[in-house]
Design a protein around this ligand. Structure first.
Ligand code: 5GP
Length: 189
């Protein structure tokens, strides 16, 4: 059986990664989303173990000490990490794992797993990104401002990724990513 691919998706806060990934998973049942652990508080509507596994800092740090995370990073004051066992199990089953992680996490994955496919999602313009960030409205003004500063830094990292996909339209962006995944599958065999 072929081993599942590792597909890393990064991009600035508010670019629409969640929506694109949601559509991507609908389009292809062989894709599995990697539910990360985080110390961030749940946003309204977020479900434990579906969006994230919500952890206390203490629980997170214990898991780090046990080597439970493939990679982990601090983003805007909170810890986020990819569960190693979830990724391994899925890939061993021949299914492809989709990770939504920040640029620090992507850097770690690239080093550990050079065959991972790294995709950076961008907005069609800076103005559009600003509007999307404001529309989301799930963060405090302070949180939004610091996410924006991080986003500016993250944008400078786009050239380190294998592919840059513009989220001008969710359907089109998801189809473009799926096409990249299908090509990678085809070259595996
Ligand atoms: P949010 O708080 O908006 O859900 O996520 C904030 C940032 O953390 C996003 O850039 C998201 O991609 C990233 N992130 C989510 N899960 C992980 C993870 O497991 N590892 C790393 N390194 N970043 C993550």
């Amino acid at each position: 059986m072929r081993r599942g691919l590792l597909v890393v998706i990064s991009g600035p806060s508010g670019v629409g990664k969640d929506t694109v990934i949601h559509r991507l998973l609908d389009l292809d049942p062989n894709l599995v989303y990697s539910v990360s652990g985080t110390t961030r508080m749940p946003r309204p509507g977020e479900k434990p173990d579906a969006n994230y596994t919500f952890l206390s800092r203490d629980e997170f740090e214990k898991l780090v000490a046990q080597g439970a995370f493939l990679e982990h990073a601090t983003y805007n004051g909170n810890l986020y990490g990819t569960f190693r066992d979830r990724v391994e199990k899925t890939r061993d089953q021949g299914r492809d794992m989709v990770l939504k992680i920040d640029v620090q996490g992507a850097e770690q994955v690239r080093r550990l797993m050079p065959d991972a496919i790294l995709i950076f999602v961008v907005a069609p313009s800076e103005n559009e990104l600003r509007e999307r960030q404001e529309k989301r409205g799930s963060e405090s003004a302070e949180d939004l401002a610091s996410r924006r500063r991080i986003a500016e830094r993250e944008m400078t990292q786009a050239s380190h990724y294998d592919h840059v996909v513009t989220n001008d339209d969710v359907e089109r962006a998801a189809a473009e990513i799926l096409d990249l995944i299908r090509r990678a599958r085809a070259s595996q065999t």
